[in-house]
Design a protein around this ligand. Structure first.
Ligand code: FES
Length: 574
Protein backbone atom coordinates (compact mmCIF):
# COMPACT_ATOMS: atom_id res chain seq x y z
CA UNK A 1 0.00 0.00 0.00
CA UNK A 2 1.20 3.51 -0.70
CA UNK A 3 0.34 6.46 1.50
CA UNK A 4 -0.45 8.40 -1.63
CA UNK A 5 -2.96 5.72 -2.57
CA UNK A 6 -4.52 5.92 0.88
CA UNK A 7 -5.08 9.65 0.75
CA UNK A 8 -6.01 9.63 -2.92
CA UNK A 9 -3.55 12.25 -4.12
CA UNK A 10 -2.06 10.08 -6.86
CA UNK A 11 -5.03 10.07 -9.19
CA UNK A 12 -4.10 13.12 -11.16
CA UNK A 13 -3.53 11.29 -14.43
CA UNK A 14 -1.91 8.51 -16.39
CA UNK A 15 1.57 10.07 -16.44
CA UNK A 16 1.89 10.22 -12.66
CA UNK A 17 0.72 6.62 -12.36
CA UNK A 18 3.33 5.49 -14.88
CA UNK A 19 6.04 7.42 -13.03
CA UNK A 20 4.90 5.89 -9.77
CA UNK A 21 5.08 2.39 -11.26
CA UNK A 22 8.60 3.00 -12.48
CA UNK A 23 9.80 4.04 -9.03
CA UNK A 24 12.71 2.05 -7.69
CA UNK A 25 14.26 1.38 -4.31
CA UNK A 26 14.40 5.06 -3.35
CA UNK A 27 10.99 4.39 -1.84
CA UNK A 28 12.79 2.90 1.18
CA UNK A 29 14.79 6.12 1.67
CA UNK A 30 11.69 8.30 1.54
CA UNK A 31 11.39 10.34 4.75
CA UNK A 32 7.62 10.64 4.44
CA UNK A 33 4.71 8.26 5.00
CA UNK A 34 5.40 6.12 1.87
CA UNK A 35 8.94 5.34 2.99
CA UNK A 36 7.86 4.69 6.57
CA UNK A 37 5.20 2.23 5.41
CA UNK A 38 7.61 0.50 3.03
CA UNK A 39 10.36 0.12 5.64
CA UNK A 40 7.94 -0.85 8.34
CA UNK A 41 6.32 -3.64 6.34
CA UNK A 42 9.68 -4.92 5.13
CA UNK A 43 11.04 -4.98 8.68
CA UNK A 44 7.93 -6.85 9.70
CA UNK A 45 9.06 -9.48 7.23
CA UNK A 46 12.35 -9.90 9.05
CA UNK A 47 14.67 -7.34 7.41
CA UNK A 48 16.89 -5.22 9.68
CA UNK A 49 16.75 -1.44 9.95
CA UNK A 50 20.13 -1.35 8.18
CA UNK A 51 18.95 -3.82 5.54
CA UNK A 52 16.00 -1.73 4.37
CA UNK A 53 18.33 1.23 3.86
CA UNK A 54 20.75 -0.58 1.55
CA UNK A 55 20.81 0.49 -2.08
CA UNK A 56 20.20 -0.51 -4.80
CA UNK A 57 17.25 -2.80 -4.25
CA UNK A 58 17.59 -5.86 -6.48
CA UNK A 59 14.54 -7.96 -7.24
CA UNK A 60 15.05 -11.65 -7.94
CA UNK A 61 12.28 -12.86 -10.25
CA UNK A 62 12.16 -16.58 -9.56
CA UNK A 63 10.37 -19.16 -11.71
CA UNK A 64 11.05 -21.95 -9.22
CA UNK A 65 8.01 -24.20 -8.96
CA UNK A 66 7.25 -27.76 -7.93
CA UNK A 67 5.29 -27.89 -11.17
CA UNK A 68 8.53 -27.24 -13.05
CA UNK A 69 11.31 -29.68 -12.07
CA UNK A 70 13.63 -28.22 -14.73
CA UNK A 71 13.68 -25.05 -12.60
CA UNK A 72 13.90 -26.99 -9.33
CA UNK A 73 17.39 -25.70 -8.51
CA UNK A 74 16.46 -22.04 -8.72
CA UNK A 75 15.40 -21.67 -5.08
CA UNK A 76 18.90 -22.59 -3.97
CA UNK A 77 20.50 -20.42 -6.64
CA UNK A 78 18.39 -17.45 -5.47
CA UNK A 79 20.07 -17.69 -2.05
CA UNK A 80 23.48 -17.39 -3.70
CA UNK A 81 22.32 -14.47 -5.87
CA UNK A 82 21.28 -12.75 -2.65
CA UNK A 83 24.72 -13.37 -1.22
CA UNK A 84 26.23 -11.57 -4.20
CA UNK A 85 23.79 -8.66 -3.97
CA UNK A 86 24.51 -8.16 -0.27
CA UNK A 87 28.28 -8.46 -0.80
CA UNK A 88 28.05 -5.67 -3.36
CA UNK A 89 26.08 -3.47 -0.96
CA UNK A 90 22.58 -4.02 -2.32
CA UNK A 91 19.28 -5.15 -0.83
CA UNK A 92 17.96 -8.38 -2.43
CA UNK A 93 14.24 -9.15 -2.54
CA UNK A 94 13.06 -12.38 -4.13
CA UNK A 95 9.60 -12.68 -5.65
CA UNK A 96 7.77 -15.42 -7.57
CA UNK A 97 6.27 -15.26 -11.00
CA UNK A 98 4.37 -17.96 -12.85
CA UNK A 99 6.48 -20.79 -14.17
CA UNK A 100 6.00 -22.85 -17.35
CA UNK A 101 7.07 -26.48 -17.65
CA UNK A 102 7.18 -28.04 -21.09
CA UNK A 103 6.15 -31.40 -19.74
CA UNK A 104 2.98 -30.25 -18.00
CA UNK A 105 1.52 -27.02 -19.39
CA UNK A 106 -1.27 -27.44 -21.95
CA UNK A 107 -2.20 -26.65 -24.66
CA UNK A 108 1.45 -25.53 -24.78
CA UNK A 109 3.91 -23.54 -22.75
CA UNK A 110 4.13 -21.11 -25.66
CA UNK A 111 0.47 -20.27 -25.09
CA UNK A 112 1.45 -18.81 -21.70
CA UNK A 113 4.87 -17.35 -22.61
CA UNK A 114 3.41 -13.88 -23.14
CA UNK A 115 1.53 -14.13 -19.84
CA UNK A 116 4.81 -14.82 -18.01
CA UNK A 117 6.39 -11.93 -19.91
CA UNK A 118 3.57 -9.65 -18.75
CA UNK A 119 3.81 -10.99 -15.20
CA UNK A 120 7.54 -10.23 -15.17
CA UNK A 121 7.15 -6.80 -16.73
CA UNK A 122 4.38 -5.72 -14.40
CA UNK A 123 6.09 -7.02 -11.25
CA UNK A 124 9.38 -5.34 -12.17
CA UNK A 125 7.57 -2.10 -12.94
CA UNK A 126 5.27 -2.13 -9.94
CA UNK A 127 7.85 -3.09 -7.34
CA UNK A 128 10.24 -0.72 -5.56
CA UNK A 129 13.33 -2.29 -7.11
CA UNK A 130 16.19 -0.73 -9.05
CA UNK A 131 17.15 -3.82 -11.00
CA UNK A 132 16.27 -7.46 -11.35
CA UNK A 133 17.90 -10.86 -11.61
CA UNK A 134 15.88 -13.20 -13.81
CA UNK A 135 16.01 -16.84 -12.74
CA UNK A 136 14.66 -19.02 -15.54
CA UNK A 137 15.37 -22.34 -17.15
CA UNK A 138 12.73 -24.50 -18.81
CA UNK A 139 12.15 -23.47 -22.38
CA UNK A 140 9.74 -20.54 -22.24
CA UNK A 141 10.75 -19.11 -18.88
CA UNK A 142 13.95 -17.37 -19.93
CA UNK A 143 12.62 -15.84 -23.18
CA UNK A 144 9.50 -14.62 -21.38
CA UNK A 145 11.62 -13.05 -18.66
CA UNK A 146 13.88 -11.33 -21.20
CA UNK A 147 10.82 -9.99 -23.04
CA UNK A 148 9.28 -8.70 -19.83
CA UNK A 149 12.52 -7.16 -18.58
CA UNK A 150 13.13 -5.50 -21.95
CA UNK A 151 9.72 -3.86 -21.73
CA UNK A 152 10.05 -2.91 -18.05
CA UNK A 153 13.25 -1.05 -18.81
CA UNK A 154 14.96 -1.50 -15.44
CA UNK A 155 18.49 -2.97 -15.30
CA UNK A 156 18.33 -6.75 -15.57
CA UNK A 157 20.53 -9.80 -15.80
CA UNK A 158 19.57 -13.45 -16.20
CA UNK A 159 20.83 -16.70 -14.80
CA UNK A 160 19.60 -20.02 -16.16
CA UNK A 161 19.04 -23.19 -14.19
CA UNK A 162 21.80 -25.02 -16.07
CA UNK A 163 21.59 -28.40 -17.81
CA UNK A 164 20.70 -31.39 -15.65
CA UNK A 165 23.06 -34.37 -15.32
CA UNK A 166 23.21 -37.04 -17.99
CA UNK A 167 21.61 -40.30 -16.89
CA UNK A 168 22.21 -43.90 -17.94
CA UNK A 169 20.07 -46.18 -20.13
CA UNK A 170 21.16 -49.80 -20.43
CA UNK A 171 24.72 -48.82 -19.51
CA UNK A 172 24.90 -45.98 -22.04
CA UNK A 173 24.69 -42.21 -21.45
CA UNK A 174 21.05 -41.15 -21.75
CA UNK A 175 20.20 -37.64 -22.91
CA UNK A 176 16.72 -36.36 -23.46
CA UNK A 177 16.64 -36.39 -27.27
CA UNK A 178 16.83 -40.20 -27.17
CA UNK A 179 13.27 -40.15 -25.87
CA UNK A 180 11.73 -39.59 -29.31
CA UNK A 181 13.13 -42.68 -31.11
CA UNK A 182 12.39 -44.74 -28.00
CA UNK A 183 8.76 -43.64 -28.15
CA UNK A 184 8.73 -44.76 -31.79
CA UNK A 185 10.26 -48.09 -30.72
CA UNK A 186 7.42 -48.50 -28.23
CA UNK A 187 4.82 -47.66 -30.90
CA UNK A 188 6.39 -50.19 -33.24
CA UNK A 189 6.19 -52.84 -30.51
CA UNK A 190 9.95 -53.16 -30.09
CA UNK A 191 10.21 -51.73 -26.54
CA UNK A 192 8.61 -53.99 -23.91
CA UNK A 193 6.96 -53.04 -20.60
CA UNK A 194 10.16 -53.55 -18.66
CA UNK A 195 12.11 -51.22 -20.95
CA UNK A 196 9.29 -48.67 -20.79
CA UNK A 197 9.41 -48.70 -16.96
CA UNK A 198 13.20 -48.36 -16.91
CA UNK A 199 12.94 -45.42 -19.30
CA UNK A 200 10.71 -43.61 -16.80
CA UNK A 201 13.32 -43.99 -14.08
CA UNK A 202 16.26 -42.65 -16.09
CA UNK A 203 14.67 -40.07 -18.36
CA UNK A 204 15.48 -37.15 -16.08
CA UNK A 205 18.09 -37.62 -13.36
CA UNK A 206 18.08 -34.46 -11.32
CA UNK A 207 16.87 -30.90 -11.60
CA UNK A 208 18.00 -28.62 -14.40
CA UNK A 209 17.09 -28.07 -18.01
CA UNK A 210 17.24 -30.63 -20.79
CA UNK A 211 20.83 -31.76 -21.21
CA UNK A 212 21.28 -31.21 -24.94
CA UNK A 213 21.19 -28.13 -27.16
CA UNK A 214 17.39 -27.98 -27.00
CA UNK A 215 15.36 -24.84 -26.53
CA UNK A 216 16.31 -24.17 -22.90
CA UNK A 217 20.06 -24.37 -23.37
CA UNK A 218 19.86 -22.62 -26.74
CA UNK A 219 18.05 -19.76 -24.97
CA UNK A 220 20.64 -19.70 -22.19
CA UNK A 221 23.33 -19.42 -24.89
CA UNK A 222 21.40 -16.61 -26.57
CA UNK A 223 20.98 -14.73 -23.28
CA UNK A 224 24.73 -14.92 -22.81
CA UNK A 225 25.50 -13.76 -26.36
CA UNK A 226 23.21 -10.71 -26.16
CA UNK A 227 24.83 -9.65 -22.90
CA UNK A 228 21.92 -10.49 -20.62
CA UNK A 229 23.82 -13.19 -18.69
CA UNK A 230 27.40 -13.38 -17.48
CA UNK A 231 29.85 -14.80 -20.02
CA UNK A 232 30.70 -18.45 -19.56
CA UNK A 233 27.57 -19.33 -17.57
CA UNK A 234 25.13 -20.85 -20.09
CA UNK A 235 26.56 -24.39 -20.11
CA UNK A 236 27.64 -24.68 -16.48
CA UNK A 237 25.90 -27.81 -15.13
CA UNK A 238 22.97 -27.50 -12.72
CA UNK A 239 23.98 -28.34 -9.18
CA UNK A 240 27.67 -27.65 -9.71
CA UNK A 241 29.75 -25.39 -7.51
CA UNK A 242 30.48 -23.30 -10.61
CA UNK A 243 26.79 -22.50 -11.00
CA UNK A 244 26.70 -21.43 -7.35
CA UNK A 245 29.60 -19.08 -8.02
CA UNK A 246 27.83 -17.84 -11.17
CA UNK A 247 24.81 -17.02 -9.01
CA UNK A 248 26.85 -14.96 -6.57
CA UNK A 249 28.59 -13.12 -9.41
CA UNK A 250 25.24 -12.49 -11.11
CA UNK A 251 23.98 -10.86 -7.91
CA UNK A 252 27.05 -8.65 -7.77
CA UNK A 253 26.65 -7.72 -11.43
CA UNK A 254 23.00 -6.81 -10.90
CA UNK A 255 24.10 -4.24 -8.32
CA UNK A 256 26.60 -2.74 -10.78
CA UNK A 257 23.96 -2.56 -13.50
CA UNK A 258 21.46 -0.90 -11.17
CA UNK A 259 24.01 1.63 -9.96
CA UNK A 260 24.85 2.43 -13.58
CA UNK A 261 21.21 2.54 -14.66
CA UNK A 262 21.97 0.13 -17.51
CA UNK A 263 18.62 -0.84 -19.02
CA UNK A 264 18.28 -3.87 -21.36
CA UNK A 265 17.82 -1.49 -24.29
CA UNK A 266 21.45 -0.42 -23.80
CA UNK A 267 22.64 -4.02 -23.88
CA UNK A 268 20.48 -5.77 -26.47
CA UNK A 269 20.99 -4.29 -29.93
CA UNK A 270 20.28 -5.37 -33.47
CA UNK A 271 23.92 -6.44 -33.74
CA UNK A 272 23.79 -8.52 -30.56
CA UNK A 273 20.57 -10.23 -31.71
CA UNK A 274 22.20 -11.06 -35.04
CA UNK A 275 25.17 -12.47 -33.13
CA UNK A 276 22.72 -14.57 -31.13
CA UNK A 277 21.19 -16.02 -34.28
CA UNK A 278 24.66 -16.71 -35.67
CA UNK A 279 25.67 -18.60 -32.56
CA UNK A 280 22.34 -20.44 -32.65
CA UNK A 281 23.25 -21.65 -36.16
CA UNK A 282 26.78 -22.54 -35.06
CA UNK A 283 25.47 -24.82 -32.30
CA UNK A 284 22.59 -26.32 -34.33
CA UNK A 285 20.20 -24.89 -31.74
CA UNK A 286 16.44 -24.95 -31.38
CA UNK A 287 14.11 -23.54 -34.01
CA UNK A 288 11.97 -22.18 -31.18
CA UNK A 289 14.64 -19.62 -30.37
CA UNK A 290 14.06 -17.89 -33.70
CA UNK A 291 10.55 -16.98 -32.52
CA UNK A 292 11.85 -15.76 -29.16
CA UNK A 293 14.54 -13.62 -30.78
CA UNK A 294 11.91 -11.88 -32.91
CA UNK A 295 9.77 -11.33 -29.83
CA UNK A 296 12.65 -9.85 -27.80
CA UNK A 297 13.56 -7.63 -30.75
CA UNK A 298 9.96 -6.44 -31.00
CA UNK A 299 9.95 -5.39 -27.35
CA UNK A 300 12.82 -2.99 -28.08
CA UNK A 301 11.64 -1.57 -31.39
CA UNK A 302 14.13 -3.76 -33.25
CA UNK A 303 13.52 -6.17 -36.10
CA UNK A 304 15.41 -9.14 -37.50
CA UNK A 305 15.11 -9.08 -41.25
CA UNK A 306 14.54 -12.54 -42.72
CA UNK A 307 16.96 -11.99 -45.61
CA UNK A 308 19.64 -10.95 -43.14
CA UNK A 309 18.95 -14.03 -41.03
CA UNK A 310 19.11 -16.24 -44.10
CA UNK A 311 22.49 -14.74 -45.01
CA UNK A 312 23.73 -15.34 -41.46
CA UNK A 313 22.59 -18.96 -41.52
CA UNK A 314 24.10 -19.54 -44.97
CA UNK A 315 27.46 -18.14 -43.90
CA UNK A 316 27.70 -19.86 -40.51
CA UNK A 317 28.98 -23.42 -40.40
CA UNK A 318 28.07 -25.83 -37.65
CA UNK A 319 30.85 -25.42 -35.11
CA UNK A 320 29.60 -27.35 -32.10
CA UNK A 321 29.43 -31.13 -32.15
CA UNK A 322 26.70 -31.47 -29.53
CA UNK A 323 23.40 -33.29 -29.41
CA UNK A 324 20.90 -33.22 -31.00
CA UNK A 325 22.70 -31.91 -34.12
CA UNK A 326 25.93 -33.76 -33.23
CA UNK A 327 27.18 -36.44 -30.86
CA UNK A 328 28.83 -34.57 -27.99
CA UNK A 329 27.59 -33.72 -24.53
CA UNK A 330 27.10 -30.19 -23.22
CA UNK A 331 29.75 -30.53 -20.54
CA UNK A 332 32.27 -31.34 -23.27
CA UNK A 333 31.35 -28.12 -25.06
CA UNK A 334 31.52 -26.34 -21.71
CA UNK A 335 34.98 -27.81 -21.23
CA UNK A 336 35.99 -26.42 -24.61
CA UNK A 337 35.24 -22.94 -23.35
CA UNK A 338 31.49 -22.61 -23.92
CA UNK A 339 30.05 -19.45 -25.42
CA UNK A 340 33.24 -17.33 -25.05
CA UNK A 341 35.08 -19.93 -27.13
CA UNK A 342 32.25 -20.08 -29.67
CA UNK A 343 32.30 -16.30 -30.02
CA UNK A 344 36.05 -16.52 -30.49
CA UNK A 345 35.67 -19.07 -33.28
CA UNK A 346 33.14 -16.73 -34.93
CA UNK A 347 35.27 -13.62 -34.55
CA UNK A 348 35.47 -13.05 -38.30
CA UNK A 349 31.71 -13.29 -38.70
CA UNK A 350 30.22 -11.90 -35.49
CA UNK A 351 30.24 -8.32 -34.18
CA UNK A 352 32.55 -8.47 -31.17
CA UNK A 353 31.99 -4.84 -30.25
CA UNK A 354 28.66 -5.82 -28.72
CA UNK A 355 28.45 -6.04 -24.93
CA UNK A 356 28.92 -9.21 -22.91
CA UNK A 357 27.08 -9.60 -19.63
CA UNK A 358 30.01 -8.34 -17.55
CA UNK A 359 30.04 -5.04 -19.41
CA UNK A 360 33.12 -5.69 -21.53
CA UNK A 361 32.90 -5.90 -25.33
CA UNK A 362 32.93 -9.49 -26.54
CA UNK A 363 36.27 -8.77 -28.18
CA UNK A 364 37.82 -8.73 -24.69
CA UNK A 365 35.88 -11.74 -23.44
CA UNK A 366 36.51 -14.38 -26.10
CA UNK A 367 38.83 -17.28 -25.33
CA UNK A 368 40.58 -19.68 -27.64
CA UNK A 369 39.02 -22.76 -26.13
CA UNK A 370 39.54 -26.45 -26.76
CA UNK A 371 38.72 -28.59 -29.75
CA UNK A 372 37.09 -31.73 -28.34
CA UNK A 373 33.61 -30.65 -29.51
CA UNK A 374 34.36 -27.33 -31.13
CA UNK A 375 35.37 -26.84 -34.75
CA UNK A 376 36.57 -23.75 -36.54
CA UNK A 377 35.17 -21.84 -39.49
CA UNK A 378 37.95 -23.35 -41.59
CA UNK A 379 37.41 -26.85 -40.23
CA UNK A 380 33.79 -26.94 -39.15
CA UNK A 381 31.81 -29.78 -37.63
CA UNK A 382 29.12 -29.48 -40.28
CA UNK A 383 27.98 -27.46 -43.27
CA UNK A 384 26.58 -23.96 -43.09
CA UNK A 385 22.85 -23.35 -42.94
CA UNK A 386 21.90 -25.35 -39.84
CA UNK A 387 18.64 -23.38 -39.65
CA UNK A 388 17.05 -23.05 -43.08
CA UNK A 389 14.60 -20.18 -43.48
CA UNK A 390 12.10 -21.18 -46.13
CA UNK A 391 9.38 -19.42 -48.04
CA UNK A 392 7.20 -20.22 -51.01
CA UNK A 393 3.62 -20.62 -52.07
CA UNK A 394 2.83 -22.77 -49.01
CA UNK A 395 4.50 -20.32 -46.60
CA UNK A 396 4.43 -16.78 -48.02
CA UNK A 397 5.56 -15.31 -44.69
CA UNK A 398 8.11 -17.98 -43.97
CA UNK A 399 8.83 -21.30 -42.35
CA UNK A 400 11.90 -22.90 -40.80
CA UNK A 401 13.64 -26.26 -41.01
CA UNK A 402 16.52 -27.48 -38.87
CA UNK A 403 18.78 -28.74 -41.61
CA UNK A 404 21.37 -30.06 -39.17
CA UNK A 405 18.72 -32.49 -37.88
CA UNK A 406 17.16 -33.39 -41.25
CA UNK A 407 17.75 -36.45 -43.47
CA UNK A 408 19.99 -35.59 -46.41
CA UNK A 409 17.88 -37.67 -48.84
CA UNK A 410 14.76 -35.64 -48.01
CA UNK A 411 15.96 -32.03 -48.10
CA UNK A 412 14.99 -31.96 -51.78
CA UNK A 413 11.73 -33.83 -52.08
CA UNK A 414 8.37 -33.82 -53.83
CA UNK A 415 5.53 -35.82 -52.34
CA UNK A 416 1.77 -36.06 -51.94
CA UNK A 417 0.12 -34.45 -48.91
CA UNK A 418 -1.45 -36.55 -46.15
CA UNK A 419 -3.57 -34.04 -44.24
CA UNK A 420 -4.37 -33.79 -40.52
CA UNK A 421 -6.71 -31.11 -39.18
CA UNK A 422 -5.47 -30.40 -35.68
CA UNK A 423 -3.82 -32.50 -32.99
CA UNK A 424 -6.91 -34.56 -32.17
CA UNK A 425 -7.27 -35.64 -35.79
CA UNK A 426 -3.56 -36.46 -35.95
CA UNK A 427 -3.71 -38.62 -32.84
CA UNK A 428 -6.86 -40.36 -34.02
CA UNK A 429 -5.59 -41.35 -37.48
CA UNK A 430 -1.80 -41.46 -37.58
CA UNK A 431 -1.63 -45.18 -36.76
CA UNK A 432 -4.77 -46.16 -38.70
CA UNK A 433 -3.84 -49.16 -40.88
CA UNK A 434 -6.05 -47.69 -43.61
CA UNK A 435 -4.11 -44.38 -43.75
CA UNK A 436 -2.95 -43.83 -47.32
CA UNK A 437 0.73 -43.08 -46.79
CA UNK A 438 4.16 -44.29 -47.95
CA UNK A 439 7.83 -43.28 -47.75
CA UNK A 440 7.35 -40.50 -50.29
CA UNK A 441 4.35 -38.89 -48.58
CA UNK A 442 4.45 -35.45 -46.97
CA UNK A 443 2.62 -35.39 -43.64
CA UNK A 444 0.85 -32.05 -43.18
CA UNK A 445 -0.63 -30.78 -39.93
CA UNK A 446 -2.69 -27.58 -39.79
CA UNK A 447 -4.59 -25.93 -36.95
CA UNK A 448 -1.56 -26.01 -34.65
CA UNK A 449 -0.23 -22.48 -35.14
CA UNK A 450 -0.27 -19.51 -32.76
CA UNK A 451 -4.05 -18.97 -33.10
CA UNK A 452 -5.09 -22.47 -34.13
CA UNK A 453 -3.18 -24.42 -31.46
CA UNK A 454 -3.57 -22.21 -29.62
CA UNK A 455 0.03 -21.49 -28.73
CA UNK A 456 1.85 -23.52 -31.38
CA UNK A 457 2.18 -26.80 -29.48
CA UNK A 458 5.39 -28.77 -30.12
CA UNK A 459 3.69 -31.29 -32.38
CA UNK A 460 5.38 -30.36 -35.67
CA UNK A 461 7.52 -33.47 -35.31
CA UNK A 462 4.55 -35.59 -36.41
CA UNK A 463 4.95 -39.28 -35.51
CA UNK A 464 5.90 -41.64 -38.30
CA UNK A 465 2.78 -43.77 -39.01
CA UNK A 466 3.11 -47.14 -37.29
CA UNK A 467 2.84 -49.14 -40.47
CA UNK A 468 5.87 -47.28 -41.86
CA UNK A 469 7.76 -47.58 -38.58
CA UNK A 470 7.28 -51.32 -38.73
CA UNK A 471 8.91 -51.26 -42.18
CA UNK A 472 11.91 -49.41 -40.78
CA UNK A 473 11.05 -45.90 -42.03
CA UNK A 474 12.53 -43.35 -39.62
CA UNK A 475 11.92 -40.02 -41.35
CA UNK A 476 9.37 -38.37 -43.63
CA UNK A 477 8.95 -34.78 -44.76
CA UNK A 478 6.57 -33.18 -42.32
CA UNK A 479 5.03 -29.71 -42.65
CA UNK A 480 2.97 -27.74 -40.14
CA UNK A 481 2.19 -24.39 -38.57
CA UNK A 482 3.29 -25.87 -35.22
CA UNK A 483 6.65 -25.86 -33.42
CA UNK A 484 8.94 -28.76 -32.56
CA UNK A 485 10.86 -29.62 -29.42
CA UNK A 486 14.43 -28.41 -29.63
CA UNK A 487 15.47 -31.96 -28.77
CA UNK A 488 13.69 -33.56 -31.74
CA UNK A 489 15.01 -34.17 -35.23
CA UNK A 490 13.81 -35.11 -38.70
CA UNK A 491 13.00 -33.38 -41.99
CA UNK A 492 10.44 -31.13 -40.40
CA UNK A 493 9.15 -27.84 -41.81
CA UNK A 494 7.83 -25.71 -38.96
CA UNK A 495 6.25 -22.31 -38.21
CA UNK A 496 4.49 -22.08 -41.58
CA UNK A 497 3.13 -18.54 -41.80
CA UNK A 498 0.49 -17.38 -42.15
CA UNK A 499 -0.99 -20.34 -40.29
CA UNK A 500 -4.12 -22.13 -41.48
CA UNK A 501 -6.33 -20.64 -38.74
CA UNK A 502 -5.87 -17.12 -40.12
CA UNK A 503 -6.33 -18.15 -43.75
CA UNK A 504 -2.81 -19.10 -44.79
CA UNK A 505 -2.35 -21.42 -47.80
CA UNK A 506 -2.20 -24.44 -45.45
CA UNK A 507 -5.97 -24.00 -45.10
CA UNK A 508 -6.40 -24.88 -48.79
CA UNK A 509 -4.31 -28.06 -48.98
CA UNK A 510 -6.09 -31.35 -49.68
CA UNK A 511 -5.03 -34.97 -49.42
CA UNK A 512 -3.01 -35.94 -52.48
CA UNK A 513 -1.81 -32.42 -53.39
CA UNK A 514 1.83 -32.29 -54.47
CA UNK A 515 4.16 -30.44 -52.10
CA UNK A 516 7.77 -29.65 -52.94
CA UNK A 517 10.54 -28.98 -50.44
CA UNK A 518 13.86 -27.62 -51.70
CA UNK A 519 16.09 -26.59 -48.84
CA UNK A 520 18.94 -25.52 -51.12
CA UNK A 521 16.57 -23.07 -52.77
CA UNK A 522 14.97 -22.15 -49.41
CA UNK A 523 11.53 -23.09 -50.76
CA UNK A 524 8.40 -24.89 -49.68
CA UNK A 525 5.71 -24.90 -52.36
CA UNK A 526 2.20 -26.19 -52.89
CA UNK A 527 2.08 -27.42 -56.48
CA UNK A 528 -1.58 -26.75 -57.19
CA UNK A 529 -2.85 -24.52 -59.94
CA UNK A 530 -3.75 -21.09 -58.46
CA UNK A 531 -7.06 -21.09 -60.33
CA UNK A 532 -8.04 -24.38 -58.72
CA UNK A 533 -6.88 -23.11 -55.31
CA UNK A 534 -9.02 -20.00 -55.68
CA UNK A 535 -12.09 -22.20 -56.00
CA UNK A 536 -11.45 -24.26 -52.88
CA UNK A 537 -13.25 -23.74 -49.59
CA UNK A 538 -10.59 -23.15 -46.91
CA UNK A 539 -10.37 -25.21 -43.72
CA UNK A 540 -12.62 -23.28 -41.31
CA UNK A 541 -10.21 -23.02 -38.37
CA UNK A 542 -10.95 -23.04 -34.66
CA UNK A 543 -14.17 -21.99 -33.01
CA UNK A 544 -14.06 -18.47 -31.54
CA UNK A 545 -13.64 -18.35 -27.78
CA UNK A 546 -15.77 -15.93 -25.79
CA UNK A 547 -13.80 -15.28 -22.61
CA UNK A 548 -10.64 -15.18 -20.58
CA UNK A 549 -7.00 -15.36 -21.50
CA UNK A 550 -7.72 -17.57 -24.52
CA UNK A 551 -9.79 -14.80 -26.04
CA UNK A 552 -7.08 -12.22 -25.39
CA UNK A 553 -4.53 -14.62 -26.82
CA UNK A 554 -6.37 -15.53 -30.00
CA UNK A 555 -7.33 -11.94 -30.73
CA UNK A 556 -3.87 -10.45 -30.26
CA UNK A 557 -1.17 -13.04 -30.85
CA UNK A 558 0.95 -12.38 -33.92
CA UNK A 559 2.30 -14.94 -36.35
CA UNK A 560 5.51 -16.94 -35.94
CA UNK A 561 7.59 -14.71 -38.21
CA UNK A 562 6.75 -11.82 -35.89
CA UNK A 563 7.65 -13.65 -32.68
CA UNK A 564 4.15 -14.66 -31.52
CA UNK A 565 4.03 -11.71 -29.16
CA UNK A 566 0.83 -9.80 -28.48
CA UNK A 567 0.41 -6.97 -30.96
CA UNK A 568 -0.15 -4.45 -28.13
CA UNK A 569 3.20 -5.21 -26.48
CA UNK A 570 5.42 -4.53 -29.45
CA UNK A 571 7.26 -1.23 -29.66
CA UNK A 572 7.16 0.60 -32.94
CA UNK A 573 10.39 0.09 -34.83
CA UNK A 574 13.06 2.73 -34.45
FE1 FES B 1 12.24 -28.28 -19.26
FE2 FES B 1 13.44 -29.34 -21.47
S1 FES B 1 11.51 -29.89 -20.57
S2 FES B 1 14.08 -27.72 -20.19
Amino acid sequence: MHFTDLVGVCHCGVVSQQESRRRGGELFADGGPDGLIARGFMRGGGVSAEGVRRWPVIGIANTWSELNPCNGGLRELAAHVKRGVVAAGGFPVEFPTISLAEAFVRPSSMYLRNLLAMDTEEMVLASPIDGVVLLGGCDKTLPAQLMGAASAGKPAIALGAGPRPVSTWDGRPMTVEQLWPLIDERRAGRLDDDGWARLESCLSCGVGTCNVMGTAVSMAVVAEVVGMALPGTALVPAGSERRVVAAELTGRRAVELARGGVAPSRVITGASLRNAFRVLCAVGGSTNVLIHLQAIAGRLGLHLDVEELRAISDSTPLLADVKPSGDGLLDELDGDGGVPALMGRLSELADLDTAAGDGRPWREVVVEGGSRRLGTVGEPVGAAGALALLSGSLAPDGAVLKRSAASSHLVRHRGRAVMFDGVADLNARIDDPELVVDESSVLVLRGAGPVGGPGMPEVGHLPIPRKLLERGVTDLVRVSDARMSGTASGTVVLHVAPEAAVGGPLALVRDGDWIELDVEESRIDLLVDPVELAGRVPWPGPVTVARGFERLYREHVMQADQGCDFDFLVVERG
